[in-house]
Design a protein around this ligand. Structure first.
Ligand code: PGA
Length: 252
């Protein structure tokens, strides 16, 4: 069985005060969430603080991005080993805001995926189509291309130590969620695409849905057979909402 994974992507939000409040809310309620892995991804400058605030709880820590390099003259970059040093277990790679706003390509994202694993982190690989790609019927091709960028360079087995987040770009931060059926169709496609190369890896892989998941729609999405969790932006900034999503995953 795949343990559900609910990860909060805080993006570039928060302050020391708001983060302390959020973490205190999560600490108070996380024990009531069932057998679900709960993860938070603060902006990197707050990782040390969140590591301290989450110590002694089951909440795991993730970063939002990392460098593809290990160390050296890369001003402004953060290496996977540094994230590991501060207690991160996961790191998001290839979020659409890095692909489409910062212009990161498939090849760089594949290298970041590998750099994360080399540092002992588990990458959360984000994939997903733009609205125009969905409208022109190429959703599956886009998702396959984004997964194949990793597989073709590093092999299928690397996916066994990863999480994939399917995030249709048109659903991110828009309040426009994919329907459970739309999401399930793509999740099943992704699993099947990987199964053609390695059935065991595909069966074990946790595939999260992301894109305006909230306390109200989480249960319907999470009850789909190939949806194994969520990557949550806006709704992860409120302890109550994030915990409600965790409970929805735990109650299935
Ligand atoms: P959202 O963001 O939940 O605010 O749509 C999801 C994400 O970008 O990971």
């Amino acid at each position: 069985m795949r343990q559900p994974i609910i990860a909060g992507n805080w993006k570039m939000n928060g302050s020391r005060k708001s983060i302390a409040d959020l973490m205190s809310g999560l600490k108070n309620g996380v024990a009531e969430v069932g057998d679900v892995e709960m993860v938070v991804s603060p902006p990197s400058i707050y990782i040390a603080e969140v590591a301290a605030l989450s110590s002694g709880t089951s909440i795991a820590l993730s970063a939002q991005d990392l460098s593809d390099a290990t160390s050296g003259p890369y001003t402004g970059e953060i290496a996977g080993s540094m994230l590991k040093d501060f207690g991160c277990k996961y790191v998001i790679v290839g979020h659409s805001e890095r692909r489409n706003v910062r212009g990161e390509g498939d090849d760089l994202i594949a290298d970041k995926f590998k750099a994360a694993q080399d540092a002992g982190l588990t990458p959360i690989l984000c994939i997903g189509e733009l609205l125009e790609e969905r409208e022109s019927g190429v959703t599956e091709e886009v998702c396959a291309r984004q997964i194949d960028a990793v597989i073709n360079k590093y092999g299928t087995s690397v996916l066994s130590n990863s999480v994939v987040a399917y995030e249709p770009v048109w659903a991110i931060g828009t309040g426009k969620t994919a329907t459970p059926e739309q999401a399930q169709k793509v999740h099943a496609f992704i699993r099947d695409h990987i199964a053609k190369k390695d059935q065991t890896v595909a069966d074990g892989l946790r595939i999260q849905y992301g894109g305006s998941m909230n306390a109200g729609n989480a249960a319907d999405l999470l009850s789909q057979p190939d949806i194994d969790g969520g990557l949550i932006g806006g709704a992860s900034l409120k302890a109550e909402d994030f915990l409600a999503i965790g409970k929805a995953a735990g109650n299935l």
